[in-house]
Design a protein around this ligand. Structure first.
Ligand code: HEM
Length: 486
């Protein structure tokens, strides 16, 4: 036992920037687009694992798929907790599935999400998917300049339909706009350096009237928005007498399952529903917008996708989720878009339990915050040569069938892997297939119809997405018999 302790004590931490006395690496931790800095540091320290510490908090960044699999998948019981982020607790996010500690409550949440969002039950939601994709096409046809807002509404409409049985149609729907606002406040609070209380949790106890205590009021205002997002769609579902007959949503199934309701159960359903709602609100649209960016840049990809649609579906109906397995090229685009622009480039931080982890000759201390740098993993030149290029073919065999690189890294790792990944995949795929069947996406044009350069910046947020950009969206001339506006 003594020999083992000595051995452990001799094991070093993984490489990383040299810490300062007392504060560790607090001054070096990158404040913006940290995924790029961590990728660069991986090269500088010639290591796929990076270790830092800041004010007593240990931080491990994983830059390679192999290490993420070893540490987060294989050692999941030791690495599936979440760090506490004080400002999020104060804003009312503490019961969100994505942030709660690893344990009994989390398991209950995940079970419910699994029952409602696993691959083999998604077919139940085909009517919602078909309806929402049709509405998306109508909006694209009527007002193509607003394509960014249409994509946002589409992503939310699918989730709200499947989770609450709520029929979100209008772009100015108040439930949707308020939820969007609440989420925006949440992601601002997560920006590094946004609130000192995230770095120094004890500041939570300074009174609101004290200099620097202004975050209390900000957090209280945001909490109201969070609670509205959590409760308003649930309460509407509860009051809607016809819901049980017309919807197979998560909430309606629970409301009308005929079982006696146990104390506290309703809160769990509210939390799970709002976790799914909030988790999909930004991520799905971010992926759709990156896709539009990529299609506008690559007419040859669009042409091949359209040819596949015509070959498999024809020109007299729109693609449906049932067509997905027959379309390897579209599937390759879906995989490539999430590789090229993963919407959550640093994933959601995990935290290790109170046990030390010995790995590759290093010692990872208990309670270490673990960041999976999905960005670095998707830039691995050995796996993805010319990684900055958008090239769906990298997911295809020479005969056009899909290769076996089917793990979508963008959904994260281990037991905390995205609980909505099958739904997100279906929603993004269907939007892509329907948009490609009906529209041509191109670079923006000036008043005389000349093509302009397409410039797209991606935002510097935990969920990154294209900042507002312009492109040209026109109905296909070769629309055939596809009369979806009828
Ligand atoms: C393209 C769209 C999406 C992407 C890229 C994405 C990505 C992610 C990532 C990276 C995580 C953290 C994984 C980890 O900790 O290692 C996550 C967690 C989560 N996602 Fe998604 N997500 C997407 C859409 C959705 C949708 C549509 C839903 C719900 C219907 C959803 C529900 C969740 C939930 C509940 C968690 C928390 C899981 C937990 O902590 O146990 N996501 N997602």
């Amino acid at each position: 036992f003594v020999v083992e302790i000595r051995r452990k004590n001799r094991l070093p931490r993984p490489p990383g920037p040299k810490p300062w006395p007392l504060i560790g690496n607090a001054l070096e931790i990158p404040q913006s687009r940290s995924w790029l800095t961590y990728t660069e540091w991986g090269r500088r320290y010639n290591s796929s694992l990076l270790y830092m510490s800041a004010l007593g908090q240990h931080l491990l960044v994983i830059n390679s798929i192999e290490d993420a699999v070893e540490l987060l998948d294989e050692r999941a019981p030791l690495t599936s907790d979440r760090p506490t982020i004080p400002i999020l607790d104060m804003m009312g996010w503490e019961s969100n599935t994505g942030l709660i500690p690893y344990g009994t409550v989390w398991r209950r949440h995940r079970k419910m999400l699994h029952q409602n969002l696993r691959k083999d039950v998604l077919g139940n939601y085909d009517p919602v998917m078909a309806q929402k994709s049709l509405e998306l096409l109508h909006k694209f046809a009527e007002d193509p300049d607003q394509f960014m807002q249409h994509c946002k509404v589409y992503g939310s409409a699918i989730i709200m339909g499947i989770i609450y049985g709520y029929d979100l149609v209008a772009n100015d729907d108040q439930l949707f706009l308020r939820a969007e606002h609440a989420l925006k406040q949440g992601s601002q609070a997560l920006l590094p350096g946004a609130f000192a209380v995230n770095t120094f949790p004890f500041l939570r106890h300074i009174p609101r009237w004290f200099p620097g205590g202004g975050f209390h009021d900000w957090a209280a205002g945001t909490k109201k928005l969070t609670l509205q997002m959590r409760n308003a769609p649930f309460d509407l579902a509860k009051e809607d007498g016809s819901l049980g007959k017309r919807s197979l949503s998560l909430v309606s199934k629970w409301l009308y399952d005929g079982n006696e309701k146990v104390d506290g159960e309703e809160d769990v359903v509210r939390d799970v529903a709002y976790a799914a709602f909030s988790a999909g609100l930004d991520t799905t649209p971010s992926t759709m917008l990156a896709l539009i960016h990529a299609l506008a840049l690559h007419p040859e990809v669009q042409r091949k996708a359209y040819e596949e649609i015509v070959r498999v579906v024809g020109t007299s109906r729109l693609p449906t989720c049932q067509d997905r397995p027959s379309m390897p090229y579209l599937e390759a685009i879906y995989r490539e878009i999430l590789r090229w622009r993963p919407p959550v480039p640093l994933g959601v931080p995990h935290k290790s339990t109170q046990q030390e982890i010995m790995y590759k000759g290093y010692c990872i201390p208990p309670g270490t915050v673990i960041i999976s740098n999905i960005w670095a993993m998707t830039r691995n030149e050995a796996l993805y040569p010319d990684a900055e290029a958008f090239r769906p073919e990298r997911f295809l065999n020479p005969d056009g069938t899909l290769n076996n690189d089917e793990r979508v890294l963008a959904y994260g790792f281990g037991r905390r892997v995205c609980a909505g990944k099958y739904l997100a995949a279906e929603a993004v795929w269907l939007a892509m297939a329907c948009i490609t069947a009906a529209f041509h996406i191109g670079k923006p044009k000036d008043g005389k119809g000349n093509e302009l350069a397409l410039k797209v910046e991606y935002t510097d947020e935990a969920i990154t997405r294209p900042a507002p950009f312009k492109c040209s969206i026109t109905l296909r001339r070769d629309l055939g018999n596809l009369n979806f506006c009828a």
